[in-house]
Design a protein around this ligand. Structure first.
Ligand code: KIV
Ligand code: ZN
Length: 558
């Protein structure tokens, strides 16, 4: 690579030593304006057709957008026709304002006013480029020449808006395109001139949209630019300050958030950040960032998967697996320590009954945005014992005792290593069944009866049964202070001795109308090793007895 310092010009910082924005917090949502159908659309390999734009427009309205830039009607016949269909086809709710973009050029402005006939609420958004670089290499004009273009555009727009027939409520937006590459005093001067020409007043404010057309600096510098601009703008109360960040450095969301702190009141962006080059500001990302800080963004993200499907179908773009909030993998923990912490967080929330979201590694409750809770934990060879136990509990209702987690976790890890990939929840369940419920049985209980004998101070249980051992059946009988104890005594008659009872857990499991009990039995085998057994039966006593036999049979497997 060439030495960077010889090739690239570092961004000029703003002189604002008494900046106020770092001490502020975002406690209110901005006015959101979607530019999906214009900025997003113009950046697609295949721009959306009419049908796709109508579907997208409806989805934006359903989410709660009240300002939607629908296109560039003077740019092509298709764009013009789409604007007409939205209006004539009655697709625009009364409380939604459409926005149309146009360059500050006479014939394009006239065509744009023609395109909006019959609409109820419209923002006419005009722009010209103001940056130092564009003035030098594209327009070859000085600043007064650039201001003249904007002022002449504003004059015509004011005149057309005033003479407009019908009930259309027209508002005006001006963008000094490439604002962030413009000297701030020049940006202020051109916007002030436009406001004056438009006769802006607090009753009829102009939207001044300050684009980070190409993101070229750190987000704090964009915030400085916005604060500087606002502090120097004459007649400030007659303007609504809007921002339009792009994402060239990957910090579009950060830049927008800091710009809000700096005083911006309105934000233009797109769903999932579609837009020119690296995209526009991602409104889903920014809105949900606010939501997780307790600020209602005023947009409905409650069915994000459906929104994503609509977006992918209409744009033919795809949302990356790790896209904040929306990606396939963002509610998935592969690492064992993460799984364990999530598991503990879930238990903590259940245990305390608190209504605050306090789960490590999950900044948002997936259920709030229509995501499944189930795939939060996925199992691969990196996963820990806690993850496997969590899936057993969360997906199948099996609450494995803690002491059993290492044993089961090791089985799951071995299976992942064997297949060489992540395993599904069903495959994980099969590991459980194969190792606990479907094991080879050296000893098999083929029949039994139990009798409880209650005395004044104590009760005893008699167990009578038949055990099949290596194909041969033997009758057994034992007496104990409970069913498990009686069974333990009885199996001594077939030579099963020297097992020590360590722990016992049980709970109910139900699938549909069927209710069963599951018992987890931990025994110490004669060789000193501990082993778990599992029994499932409709009757809890039998579940325990089966669990004991399961542990014994497992201890005899080589
Ligand atoms: O990025 C930009 O500067 C734009 C303007 C036309 C607002 O899209
Ligand atoms: Zn843009």
């Amino acid at each position: 690579m060439k030495p960077a310092n010889k090739k690239y010009i570092p961004f000029q910082q703003i002189n604002l030593p008494d900046r106020q924005w770092p001490n502020r917090v975002i406690d209110n949502p901005p006015v959101w304006c979607s530019v999906d159908l214009r900025d997003g659309n113009q950046a697609l390999v295949d721009p959306m057709n009419l049908q796709e734009k109508l579907i997208y427009f409806k989805a934006l309205c359903d989410m709660g957008f009240k300002e939607i830039e629908v296109g560039f009607p003077s740019a092509s016949e298709t764009e013009y026709e789409i604007c007409r269909e939205l209006i004539e086809g009655g697709h625009i709710p009364d409380d939604v304002c459409i926005q149309v973009l146009v360059q500050a050029r006479e014939h394009l402005i006239r065509k744009t006013f023609d395109a909006i006939r019959g609409a109820k609420n419209v923002i006419v958004h005009f722009y010209n480029s103001t940056s130092t670089l564009q003035r030098k290499v594209v327009f070859k004009k000085d600043m007064p020449g650039i201001i003249r273009i904007a002022v002449e555009g504003a004059r015509l727009i004011r005149q057309l808006a005033n003479s407009y027939k019908g009930d259309t409520n027209i508002r005006i937006e001006y963008s000094p395109e490439s604002f962030s590459g413009t000297e701030m005093d020049n940006a202020v001067e051109i916007c002030a001139a436009v406001m004056k020409e438009l006769g802006a007043s607090p009753e009829h404010p102009v939207i001044l949209n300050l684009p980070n057309t190409v993101e070229m600096c750190t987000p704090n510098t964009y915030a400085d630019q916005i604060e500087y601009f606002i502090r120097h703008l004459p007649n400030r109360q007659s303007a609504i300050i809007s921002i339009h960040p792009h994402n060239d450095r990957g910090t579009g969301v950060a830049a927008a958030e800091l710009a809000l702190l700096a005083g911006a009141e309105r934000v233009e962006g797109t769903l999932f950040g579609n837009g020119e080059r690296t995209g526009n500001l991602d409104i889903v990302n920014m809105g949900l960032n606010m939501y997780t800080q307790g600020v209602d963004p005023g947009l409905d993200f409650s069915n994000l998967p459906a929104l994503r499907r609509m977006y992918e179908d209409c744009t033919k773009m795809r949302v990356h697996e790790r896209h904040p909030y929306a990606g396939d993998l963002v509610f998935t923990a592969f690492s064992g320590s993460h799984q364990d912490a999530i598991n503990k967080g879930v238990q903590y929330m259940k245990g305390t009954g608190g209504d605050k979201w306090e789960i490590p590694y999950l900044p948002i409750d997936p259920a709030d945005i229509g995501r499944e809770y189930e795939p939060i934990i996925r199992i691969n060879s990196q996963s820990g014992k806690g993850g496997a136990a969590f899936v057993m509990q969360n997906s199948f209702g099996y609450n494995l005792p803690k002491a059993m987690h290492p044993e089961f976790g090791a089985m799951v890890k071995a299976e992942c290593d064997r297949v060489g990939r992540e395993i599904s929840t069903d495959e994980l369940f099969q590991v459980f069944c194969k190792n606990y419920l479907e094991i080879p049985q050296k000893y098999k209980l083929v029949g039994h009866s139990m009798l409880e004998e209650s005395g004044r101070d104590s009760s005893r249980v008699h167990f009578h049964g038949t055990v099949e051992c290596d194909g041969e059946e033997k009758a057994i009988h034992g007496v104990g202070n409970g069913p498990v104890d009686a069974f333990f005594q009885a199996i001594k008659q077939v030579g099963i001795k020297d097992y020590e009872f360590i722990s016992y857990h049980e709970h109910a499991i139900s699938s549909g109308s069927d209710s069963h009990a599951i018992a987890y039995i931990e025994l110490k085998a004669p060789n000193g090793k501990t082993v778990f057994g599992v029994g499932i039966e409709s009757n809890i006593n039998m579940a325990s007895i089966k669990g004991v036999l399961c542990a014994i049979n497992r201890s005899l497997l080589s």
